[in-house]
Design a protein around this ligand. Structure first.
Ligand code: FES
Length: 655
């Protein structure tokens, strides 16, 4: 009888012959098969699970059977007693030995590098390449004959068990080490960043590492708390940026700092405090401490980026807008006073130019236009719109000052996207009666069960996607003239006698919800949306001109304005150029998704750092034609441009 056996691992297809009695995990390691482990093969973490594929495999020339593994072991019994049964046919690869030929399947959950599927509105899966990994080690105790230092003892154990060598630790790590070793009776879990940088140590076994991805917008801040191993979003939260009290948009915040230079520290402090508060909210939801956060990634426009880091942003307010630093920045999270783990590191994606920041880098990571054959236009809409145009040959980017209207600010009943905010609107073309739905419920306001569905939060206001649909619908229903005036003249009914039209000085407002609270779309709201959409459209046309194209193949709309933007309404408003409607998609908060990708995939950091160097930056403030484009884009949908695809969709009855 042979004293070795052929073992094939799937899905990688890696294979080799191993002596009978070899643990499956060891065989996998020797072949370089991607199997996770935190406990180093002690049957504690359960990360190393595999399944034997049964049957004859002609292509491998072997017959595989679960009987070719050693019987159920004591270690597995112990694991099951503590954690519950394994899925059917699963085994712990560290606790089972090779007894004959095998085809061993490594399920996705047992792989270190795996994919997580993104939400409906997002396009691709995220590959996980963890930057921080946990390693459990059991150390020998010191004695009078062995006075090896705590750190040397740990270094030797990690080298022995994991084949890893550590670089010099930071002070916080050294301060935590003696306590962790003694508290854990010389058994500890160590977090290594980039394979060799020790950043955290805990007594005993620990198997979860946490990170936070943050999108610092001018108006809103969004945070996602993630499990760094699985990539799962454990909790998400958002809030208004408290810097708003120093100015609603970037220019007014920079002007404030010009007048009050001594307040620069205050602006940094308030945004950092807001991030800590958001982190705390997500941690409470996930049942962990803020001090458990080991890694944080940030995206934000150049001014938010500089203020967060405590860098002087004043030069970004005047031509030629030089950045202090455009490369990616990694600093200790402690330097930003965030209150995370003392060893936590903060990564800020690279900026591209004075007006095109780390948020655009996030959009590039999320949407990968550089891998597209199609010519794609991506607009990430916030208080500034980050606009990218290009494909696998060329990429152009600019930033356009849309103002905060698309995020629900500067709108009478506006609010950020949160449960209770109106996000979809339809207006009856004949009676002008509105119907709407709010975030947190799928049911429309004129459907049975609406009141019950929203009982927990009620109708609270209108968010960016809601106001976009409301204004577009008002125009399609004839309530709004092409100029954007709510003159009521073109309304199907006499506005003075229509219960949905409310006299407001010499114009009208449109009553979307009679309350409580009363939600009217006012002339001022419409003007704010017109300014925003004209800025976005003008930026897009500027990039198209620079690239020498009259149309694009595909459009991606992203932003924190709501979960979904209806392509027809965006086009009816004239936010985006004409394009077949089925080629317009929503990507949710693409910059925020980019922050999440950079948090979960160390390799992608290198990719984006290289990619941003290839982006051609277009400065809207320096382009004389931008102003003309802007003025021409104020009417709905546009003063001159034709929208044949929109017309076709409307003629076919889409609304
Ligand atoms: Fe931890 Fe097998 S490696 S249980």
């Amino acid at each position: 009888m042979a004293d070795d056996a052929l073992v094939v691992f799937t899905p990688s297809g890696k294979r080799g012959r191993f002596a009978l009695g070899t643990p499956v995990l060891l065989a996998a390691r020797q072949l370089g098969v991607d199997i996770d482990s935190v406990c180093g093969g002690r049957g504690i973490c359960g990360r190393c699970q595999v399944a034997v594929s049964e049957g004859e495999f002609a292509k491998f020339g072997l017959t595989s059977a679960s009987g070719n593994l050693s019987p159920w072991s004591e270690m597995e019994e112990r694991y099951v007693a503590q954690h519950g049964a394994l899925d059917e046919s699963r085994r712990l690869s560290c606790a089972s030995e090779i007894r004959g030929d095998l085809v061993v399947d490594v399920p996705a959950a047992s792989q270190i590098h795996r994919q997580i599927v993104r939400k409906r509105v997002e396009s691709r899966a995220i590959d996980i390449v963890p930057l921080v990994k946990l390693h459990y080690v059991e150390l020998g105790k010191p004695s009078i004959d062995d006075q090896t230092s705590d750190f040397s003892r740990l270094r030797a154990a990690l080298e022995d068990e994991w084949g890893l060598s550590m670089r010099a630790p930071g002070l916080a790590f050294l301060q935590a080490l003696p306590w962790a070793l003694r508290q854990g009776d010389w058994n500890v879990t160590v977090a290594l960043r980039e394979a060799d940088h020790p950043i955290a140590v805990w007594p005993g076994f620990r198997d979860q590492a946490h990170g936070l991805a943050v999108d610092v917008g001018t108006t809103t801040i969004a945070a996602h708390l993630c499990d760094l191993h699985s990539g799962d979003v454990l909790a998400a939260s958002g809030a208004m940026n408290p810097q708003i009290r120093f100015g609603e948009d970037l220019i007014s915040r920079v002007s404030y700092l010009q007048l009050n230079p001594e307040e620069a520290g205050t602006l940094s402090a308030v945004v950092r405090r807001a991030i800590t508060e958001l982190a705390a909210e997500t941690c409470v939801e996930a049942g962990i401490e803020v001090g458990d956060i080991l890694e944080v990634s940030f995206v934000g426009n150049p001014i938010m980026h500089h203020i967060l880091l405590g860098l002087d942003p004043l030069q970004l307010g005047r031509a030629p807008f030089p950045l202090v630093v455009d490369e990616a920045v990694t600093v200790s999270a402690d330097d930003l006073e965030l209150g995370f783990h003392a060893g936590a590191q903060a990564y800020l994606l690279p900026c591209i130019a004075g007006h095109v920041g780390a948020d655009t880098a996030g959009v590039l990571l999320s949407e990968s236009p550089h891998k597209s054959d199609d010519l794609v236009l991506i607009a990430d809409v916030g208080t500034n719109a980050e606009i990218v145009l290009g494909n696998n040959e060329r990429l152009l980017a600019c930033s356009s000052p849309t103002g905060p209207a698309f995020e629900g600010a500067q709108i009478d009943a506006g609010q950020r996207a949160a449960p209770g905010a109106i996000e979809r609107v339809r207006i009856d073309r004949r009676t002008l009666a509105p119907r709407f739905s709010v975030i947190g419920s799928e049911i429309w306001s004129d459907e049975p069960g609406f009141a019950e569905a929203i009982a927990g939060f009620g109708v609270t206001g209108i968010c960016g996607s809601g106001i976009i649909e409301a204004v577009a619908e008002m125009h399609l229903a004839g309530i709004l003239a092409d100029s954007g005036l709510i003159d009521g003249k073109s309304a199907a009914n006499d506005p003075a006698n229509n219960p949905h039209m409310v006299a407001d000085g010499r114009v009208f407002a449109y009553r979307l919800h009679s309350g409580p609270p009363t939600i009217d779309i006012t002339q001022t709201d419409v003007r704010a949306i017109q300014l925003a959409k004209a800025a976005l459209y003008a930026g897009a046309r500027l990039l198209m001109d620079k690239l020498g194209v009259a149309s694009v193949d595909r459009i991606v709309l992203a932003g924190a304005f709501g979960s979904y933007i209806d392509p027809l309404h965006a086009m009816a408003l004239g936010m985006i150029p004409d394009c077949p409607l089925d080629r317009v998609s929503s990507a949710g908060n693409a910059a925020g998704t980019g922050a999440r990708i950079a948090l979960l995939n160390g390799d992608m950091r290198g990719e984006i750092e290289e990619l941003v160097r290839r982006v051609e930056k277009i400065e809207t403030a320096a382009a004389p034609e931008f102003q003309d484009y802007f003025v021409a884009a104020m009417p709905l949908p546009h003063k001159d441009h034709e929208f044949p695809n929109l017309r076709l969709a409307l003629d076919n009855g889409r609304s």
